[in-house]
Design a protein around this ligand. Structure first.
Ligand code: SAM
Length: 492
């Protein structure tokens, strides 16, 4: 009988096979030989110089761009106006050649390998011991991307995405971290405490606006806060009012994306589209404070109190608002509530819906021939009527473009008032709903037709009413209806 099996610890394989091993070479002060004077050599020379190498370039006929680059980097780059010879490779670490002639390429590789150099013949994979990768540079943080030559365009697309989510200041934070490393060891003797510090540090690097010369002081304070935190209550979080833009997730700013990626809680309203919300950090709690169906929205004081309470619990709260938070977004109340409670609060602007509508229409809201002034007004007061205190004379200015937010229900009344104050009945009007979204609609009409309700049929969609001669320059084919006849011009 076979003996019983004994328990045996197994380990899952940790890493799938790698096409190439990514390593980071320290080339500071090391000799590198570059053979060739054409365009591909220019970028390699720049790259190697940026990495601190001493680059000897051998080219009988260098491109003017290469000559200019060498002139700009006299310490790093030396240009020899002749063909390379075997002995030029002596003492070098790397050999790079732009050599289309197969026999010459083979000769370069043989000479380099005999001397133990790693070699790269540009665009000739069999003659490459290493490859240059696509780089995201936030030195000392450097990210290299390789597709092993399969699809360089894919590498570039990945780079663009990474560039978009990494703040430009990451590099300076990296340098600051290097300077602060020894101090962290002094302040936090245990590994666990040091880890706690570095985790908080990472959070700060992604959201702080601090300039390089302010960063050391900032992380000194951070360290002091962590040391002072005896565990008798969470540290205060913060509230960031973030503009979600008009709906199309592509119109989010890079800053807004970063905030969404580092949120603990996302408090959002009705105008925030699912596509934008989707971009929030997976683990973040999501709290909807807008209208549900035809129900009422949450009370503003409850929303403000919620933001404050969450931040006092130590949460990083992203208050996500449609369009730009500073335009009809009740931002004032929320900022005041945070300040009154001692909660740090910041604003990240967004693309307002008027800008999105203008872009889709192909118009400039301040076309120099038609408008000297752009006015954003609200079309409803707290009871849903046209606000009593709105300056109708200013709105009737024929040299202005007026964008009415929340104005669908009162637009007809407004149009009548404007005509009574002398604005021409034929003044162009566009009623734009769902700007930047898949179901975007524009109705072109006139002030006179608007006064009779023309173009206002789209229910339950966020709608702007744009009034003014500048809208006449709209690129899209819109028919100007006679009084009540309308044509819907749907968006691209
Ligand atoms: C409370 S205000 C918020 C405005 C927002 N902060 C902005 O900058 O666009 C809501 C009004 O904005 C307008 N609005 C917001 N998003 C819109 C969109 N995608 N298309 C058209 N109008 C929009 C509508 O007039 C809506 O009633």
């Amino acid at each position: 009988m076979a003996p019983p099996n004994t328990p045996r610890e197994t380990r899952p394989p940790r890493l799938d096979a790698l096409a190439k091993l990514p390593i980071f070479l320290d080339l500071a002060g090391k000799r590198v030989v570059l053979a060739g004077g054409g365009e591909p050599v220019v970028w390699k020379a720049e790259l190697l110089a940026a990495a601190g190498a001493k680059v000897a370039i051998y080219a009988e006929h260098p491109e003017p761009e290469l000559e200019a680059l060498v002139a700009d980097h006299p310490d790093a780059l030396t240009l020899h106006r002749r063909a390379w010879t075997d002995s030029d490779l002596d003492g070098a670490w790397l050999g790079v050649a732009d050599e289309p002639d197969p026999a010459e390429a083979a000769r370069f590789v043989a000479a380099a390998r005999t001397r133990g150099l790693l070699v790269n013949v540009i665009d000739n994979p069999p003659y490459c011991d290493f490859q240059f990768c696509t780089i995201v540079n936030r030195s000392p943080v450097v990210i290299g991307i390789s597709t092993d030559g399969a699809a360089p365009i894919l590498g570039q697309a990945i780079r663009r995405r990474i560039e978009a989510i990494l703040p430009a200041s990451l590099g300076s934070w990296g340098r600051t971290a290097k300077i602060f490393r020894d101090r962290v060891k002094e302040l936090f003797p245990t590994k666990a405490d040091r880890r706690r510090f570095w985790e908080k540090f990472v959070d700060v690097t992604f959201i702080s606006q601090a300039q390089e010369d302010e960063q050391l002081a900032k992380i000194e304070r951070l360290a002091a806060e962590i040391l002072a935190d005896k565990g008798d209550g969470p540290a205060i979080g913060e509230v960031v009012l973030v503009g979600a833009g008009p709906g199309d997730p592509e119109l989010l700013t890079l800053k807004a994306m970063r905030e969404l990626h580092s949120a603990d809680v996302i408090v959002y309203d009705r105008l925030v589209t699912p596509g934008v919300l989707e971009l929030g950090r997976r683990e973040a709690r999501r709290v909807h404070v807008g209208k549900e169906g035809h129900g009422a929205a949450c009370r503003q004081e409850d929303i403000s109190a919620l933001l404050v309470d969450l931040a006092l619990e130590g949460k990083r709260v992203v208050r996500l608002k449609g369009g730009d938070p500073a335009i009809f977004g009740r931002t004032g109340e929320e900022v005041e509530a945070c300040r009154a409670a001692g909660v740090p609060v910041r604003i990240v602007p967004g693309v307002t819906s008027a800008s999105a509508a203008a872009a889709a229409l192909g118009v400039s809201l301040t076309h120099r021939d038609h408008a000297q002034r752009l006015q954003f007004v609200t079309g409803h007061d707290r009871h849903g009527a046209l606000p009593q205190d709105v300056d109708l004379d200013a709105l009737a200015d024929p040299r202005a473009t007026t964008v009415v937010y929340m104005g669908r229900r009162t637009a007809a009344t407004l149009a009548g008032e404007l005509m009574r104050r002398g604005l021409a009945p034929a003044t162009p009007v566009i009623v734009a709903s769902n700007a930047s979204r898949a179901d975007e609609k524009h109705t072109a009409t006139t002030l006179e037709a608007l006064a009779e309700g023309a173009g206002l049929a789209v229910e339950n969609a966020p709608t702007l009413v744009l009034i003014g001669a500048a809208l006449d320059a709209s690129e899209r084919e819109v028919s100007r209806p006679a009084r009540t006849s309308l044509r819907l011009a749907s968006a691209v």
